[in-house]
Design a binder for this molecule. Structure first.
Ligand code: ZN
Length: 286
């Protein structure tokens, strides 16, 4: 019996110094995402005015605005007026500082760049969903359109087989977007009928369409499975911990995003290998 080898997930040749640079870039991207998370739901511009304190309104000088380090040096308090700064700001920056270099270790440079954009959209959509129970259309529908266009520009995002075939990649994105939108829309309609209330927002449907556009239709099936598993696990844990009561609302966007990130970092590949091992094991037994 011959089993496929365990896949190597991070094998792009990236010089160590460049990884440090990418971590710094990731931190700065995270810093900008924090601005987007705060301002987009309020309908404010994400570029102007520059960073300023939410409590007293004074501008924040660049040295105190350094990703992660600024928060650590100030011990989580604003220098201007001493107001507490949520640790979440530093966590978003730290997560991006970690994930951006990993994307470049996993994918060729152009694909990795596209996926930095995709990951950024997922982070912003998730945190806005947690804060406001909504996912702005410009992220979800905008993301689905961007995914199709970027696939045509960088076909390799759908794998080496698509390299140099922009139309095939565009079709793969379109298929993923439609499957994502259609499948989850069906779940929403059936769920609303069964529970006699809104099971899930249409924002989640549009977010899954965007995920499908960037990752393709196979990822849509994986993301639906894993996110419902994660979401129900989280909901059950919250009820057990008496933090929530049965039927209270939990935003679903973050679970979709988390499942998409798992796929992005090789969850799908691992799944396929495990499935092959299992199937060959079954053939061996029979
Ligand atoms: Zn202040």
């Amino acid at each position: 019996m011959h089993l496929p080898p365990f896949p190597t997930l991070f094998q792009q040749p990236v010089p160590p110094l460049f990884l440090v640079f990418l971590a710094a870039v990731g931190g700065c991207v995270g810093s900008f995402l924090n601005v987007c998370i705060y301002r987009i739901p309020l309908g404010l511009s994400v570029v102007r005015p520059g960073s300023h304190c939410h409590a007293c309104g004074r501008p924040i000088p660049p040295q105190w605005n350094l990703p992660v380090l600024g928060w650590l040096l100030l011990r989580g308090r604003a220098r201007c007026c001493g107001v507490r700064i949520d640790v979440r700001y530093a966590l978003v920056e730290a997560a991006m500082a970690l994930l951006v270099p990993l994307l470049f270790l996993r994918y060729p440079p152009l694909s990795a760049t596209v996926f930095v954009l995709f990951l950024s959209g997922l982070v912003v959509a998730s945190l806005i969903d947690i804060d406001h129970f909504l996912i702005p259309d410009r992220l979800s529908i905008g993301g689905a359109i961007a995914g199709c266009l970027l696939a045509a520009l960088v076909p390799a995002i759908h794998g080496p087989a698509y390299d140099g075939r922009p139309w095939a990649a565009f079709n793969q994105s379109l298929g993923g977007a439609f499957l994502g939108g259609f499948l989850l829309w069906g779940v929403v309609v059936l769920g609303s009928k069964a529970l006699k209330k809104e099971a899930m927002g249409l924002g989640d449907v549009k977010l899954l369409a965007a995920i499908g556009a960037f990752l393709g239709w196979q990822a849509v099936l994986f993301v639906i499975m894993l996110s419902s598993f994660l979401g129900s696990g989280f909901g059950g844990a919250m009820i057990l911990l008496r933090r929530q009561v049965w039927g209270s609302r939990i935003p679903y966007g973050p679970f979709l995003a988390l499942a998409a990130v798992v796929w992005l970092f090789g969850g799908g590949t691992l799944w396929q290998v495990l499935f092959q091992w299992w199937r060959q094991g079954m053939v061996g037994i029979l």
